[in-house]
Write a new protein. Structure first.
Length: 244
């Protein structure tokens, strides 16, 4: 267990009579790039919300870095070293790109000078140096995705949960984001990401979990997942259902 940074043990989330996530278990090792895939409505984002404290779990246990985080608030989870992005990118549009990233930096410092210096480092890491003074709302989607990454990096995470970070991007923009993710892993950060672009998932992930209708359908390497008949039938073959 010493290598596990995140451990999900029989986690379920119910909304009244609707079972959004049912008895899901898996572990993510330190410095892994771990994919979470499945049809719309599979429970992927709901599970992310449970892991990061936005939803309380109905049952099961979530451990991060060896400690239970079941009843932690999102800000507490963030300070423990876990940060997440969102499907719909919503920067603080009236603030500059730099100021947006400084907001994340204030998770670990009260000094505006230190927050600005660290925020600038994160803009460099994602290639947004030249956009620091621009209003965040003026950026095109490809750069907003980079800004989203810089904002969460500014919280100094051990683990990043990325919810469709490549969504809405063209092939070239996707490749740029994937290269940033590879560099983040090389720096010691563990990555878990939800993604529908299977080419992106299979090119970068060490392991993948497939959810379907709230349940874990399969887990394995990219080669194992893409050749799994049940995964092909439920997801890769095109059986998409409700909204996530």
């Amino acid at each position: 267990m010493s290598g596990h940074l995140l451990h999900i043990d029989h986690v379920s989330k119910h909304f009244g009579g609707n079972v959004a996530v049912s008895e899901v278990s898996f572990s993510v090792d330190k410095k892994q790039i771990f994919g979470l895939i499945g049809p719309n409505g599979a429970g992927k984002t709901t599970l992310f919300n449970c892991i990061t404290g936005y939803y309380p779990v109905t049952s099961g246990q979530i451990a991060f870095n060896g400690s239970s985080i079941n009843n932690r608030r999102p800000d507490q989870v963030c300070r423990l070293g876990m940060a997440r992005t969102w499907q719909r990118v919503k920067p603080l549009c009236s603030l500059s790109v730099l100021e947006n990233v400084m907001v994340g930096a204030f998770a670990s410092t009260n000094s505006p000078r230190k927050a600005e210096a660290f925020a600038r480092d994160q803009l460099t890491a994602v290639g947004l140096d030249d956009h620091a003074g621009k209003p965040a709302g003026s950026l095109p989607i490809g750069l907003k995705k980079k800004l989203e990454l810089a904002r969460v990096l500014a919280t100094r995470p051990k683990m990043l949960l990325l919810d469709e970070i490549c969504g809405g991007l063209n092939h070239t923009e996707t490749e740029i984001i994937l290269e940033i993710i590879r560099k983040l892993r090389s720096s010691g950060i563990t990555i878990v990401f939800i993604e529908h672009d299977m080419r992106a998932v299979t090119s970068i992930c060490d392991r993948i979990v497939v959810l379907n209708s709230g349940q874990k359908l399969a887990e394995g390497t990219p080669a194992e997942i893409t050749s799994n008949p049940a995964v092909i039938a439920a997801y890769l073959g095109g059986g998409h259902n409700a909204q996530d």
